[in-house]
Design a protein around this ligand. Structure first.
Ligand code: 5CU
Length: 375
């Protein structure tokens, strides 16, 4: 990393202790479960992990489900240690998936307020090094969600909202979300869009278990993000909420690569064109990418990053690590992580080590866009 360049990690998660305690009590995913054959408890989050969870509950010799719940998920000291060993000056931490999506409406509001306050207090312990994206109680009534937006807007270190793709249960093109998108935009909070639900498990085929987490994480997650944003675009959400600003996880899924195809499908859709839904002066998805969307640089290779740069511009890209997911398997987890250094390497290869553009992506953009200063 170029010396003097502030490095900001905008994609870095935690489950604070109160959230961990909640998952330990659950019997349906997301949950935390101990298995006699492993030292660390297992964190089971994804529907694609259900089959291996069932198998491990039946047979102690079966492969362990989910991922180990290491101290990296819940310990603030560990987050700071990770930052120090990976050359990261500032982190914008966020609750990891699936946020509060699974909570009963009767408890969502109270749990969200408490966890968001917990994030704020963690940031206060390391003022200037930590900021956070809050999460909303999306299963609660709309009035309660609006009140939650006002609550987090008032938290000193909050810089945005982390949001999944399910919205109020029907996706992000749901018209009921418009007042909420307006409220978030008016509060000048950036929406960090992050996947969780992936694609239906059938897509991965009957042998999916043999392939570990590769298909749901490498392909399911990015496609989920791509489809969610394409639905928002097709529904006109970006035009209806012009001051909405979104940061897309994993360099926008496949959006930079597929934007041209989306455009071509729009202008060649006879029904859309003849019913006046493709006006000549519409903002194309390319324009929305350059005006309302930021992308993280969590794509692990120069090729993907070049697509993100071409689509949104280096001034709209921000470094991230996805810590504590993707720990080293064979090296020391207390040392540098290659899931972090691969993203630094991609930035250096795409933009030139030590260049202004590399510095901008590594940290300058995040500081500017998210106002990462403590007044
Ligand atoms: O490994 C995983 O399942 C995940 C996850 O659930 N969320 C995330 O941000 N990255 C990886």
């Amino acid at each position: 990393m170029a010396s003097g360049t502030p490095v900001v990690d905008i994609h870095t998660h935690m489950y604070p202790p109160s959230y961990i305690a909640m998952l330990e009590k659950r019997t349906a995913i997301p949950l935390i479960r101990k298995f006699p054959q492993a030292d660390e408890p297992r964190l089971i989050l994804l529907s694609s992990e259900l089959e291996s969870l069932d198998a491990a509950l039946r047979d102690a010799a079966a492969k362990l489900p989910g991922r180990p719940l290491s101290t990296h998920f819940a310990s603030l000291a560990q987050k700071l240690h990770f930052m120090d060993t990976n050359g990261i000056n500032i982190s914008v931490i966020s609750l990891a998936n699936p946020w509060f999506d699974f909570l009963d409406p009767s408890e969502a509001t109270v749990v969200a307020a408490s966890v968001n306050s917990e994030f704020s207090e963690m940031c206060a312990q390391h003022a200037g090094r930590l900021f956070f994206f809050a999460a909303l109680p999306l299963s609660a009534p709309v009035d309660a969600i609006t009140a939650a937006i006002a609550h987090v807007q008032g938290l000193k270190y909050c810089r945005g909202i982390i949001l999944g793709t399910s919205g109020l249960g029907k996706g992000l093109d749901d018209p009921r979300l418009l007042p909420l998108f307006n409220a978030v935009a008016d509060a000048k909070l950036l929406v960090f869009l992050h996947p969780h639900y992936g694609l239906p498990n059938e897509v991965y085929g009957p042998r999916a278990e043999e392939y570990g987490h590769v298909l749901p994480l490498a392909l399911g997650f990015p496609m989920e993000t791509t489809i969610a944003v394409a639905r928002m675009y097709m529904a006109g959400v970006f035009d209806q909420v012009p001051n909405l600003r979104m940061l897309l996880a994993h360099s926008g899924g496949t959006l930079p690569f597929l934007a041209g195809r989306i455009e071509s499908c729009i202008v060649h859709d006879g029904h859309l064109v003849t019913t006046g839904k493709v006006p000549k002066d519409r903002r194309t998805i390319w324009t929305v990418l350059k005006e309302q969307i930021y992308l993280d640089a969590v794509i692990y290779s120069e090729v993907g990053l070049q697509a993100a740069i071409a689509a949104s511009g280096a001034d709209r890209l921000m470094f991230g690590t996805d810590h504590p997911f993707f720990p080293p398997i064979e090296e020391d987890v207390q040392g540098p992580w290659d899931s972090s250094s691969l993203n630094v390497q991609a930035i250096n290869e795409a933009l030139g080590r030590g260049s202004r553009d590399a510095a901008v992506v590594l940290g300058v953009n995040a500081i500017r866009v998210l106002n990462l200063r403590v007044e």
